[in-house]
Design a protein around this ligand. Sequence first.
Ligand code: Q46
Ligand code: ZN
Ligand code: ZN
Length: 318
Amino acid sequence: MKCRVCRGPAVIDLPRHNANFCADHFLRYCHNQVERAIHDHAMLAPGERVLVAVSGGKDSLALWDLLGALGWEADGLYVGLGIGDYSDVSGEHARRFAADRSLRLIEVDLRSSYDFDVPTAAAVTRRVPCSACGLSKRHLFDKAALDGGYDAMATGHNLDDEAAVLYGNVLRWQTAYLGRQRPVLPAGNGFPRKVKPLVRLTERETAAYCVLRGIDYQVEECPMAAGNRHLGYKEVLNEMERRSPGTKSSFYFGFVDRAVDRFADGAPQPGGEPAPAVLGRCTRCGAPAESELCAFCRLVERAGGAEPVPVAPPRRRS
Ligand code: Q46
Ligand code: ZN
Ligand code: ZN
């Protein structure tokens, strides 16, 4: 197996590009893909400050590393979710990455700041943990980005994540979500700009990037991921990709290039869905809200101070 560029020994094969790369040219490939995503979707302008949502996993640490390598001023934000050992180890990886590179990591801990954690919130609300978790992360990311005056909030969503979410939204024709599934969401209405610079890389590629760059990351799977539909969608898409390399990329980028505008706010909605509500402000925290309190403050009302529930040990990734 030889590198497509230099003909030296290759360390990775990328069937969807019909290419193999040596370590140096694979790292260059990753830089190029991220640069192209940022450029093609006008995610960031020169000199802008970025806040990276850091989980301690491969994608967010690869993203932070890549943005730095490409010259962006990027700080990290880690949210302590209180998911037992899984969160403890994830936090350690995030802190070590930042300390080793003298980067700034902002930390927010759900338990110490809001008196609840994700397992407790899931038990109290009787909803899947990812629902309370996603809601909390979105709220705290938005708040930190706005409070810190960052120009954009960057997340480590990769091509597999985006294709799986798109697949799920199409299966259920969730048109409001489809209209928002873009690699960049502009700032406005109390929200910061949100960008996904890894959309051109798969999770196998971000894992390989971390290994080649010597980045230690959380390899365990979140113990609360069971019931998360996206894992099943990823399996289906991986099988299709195996049979026909390039399927994920053409599915996702075909949608972004040719279909997402059809689902944008204001576009006629299939099934006569009502137009999205105009948001007011949360009377407690000032975040955008559909009622007196925003969804996060309502969650704090319900789960804050509740008896903590035990957490199952982490599951190793298959
Ligand atoms: S951390 Fe949170 Fe994920 Fe765990 S509870 Fe679900 S959303 S799976 S990225
Ligand atoms: Zn090479
Ligand atoms: Zn609020």
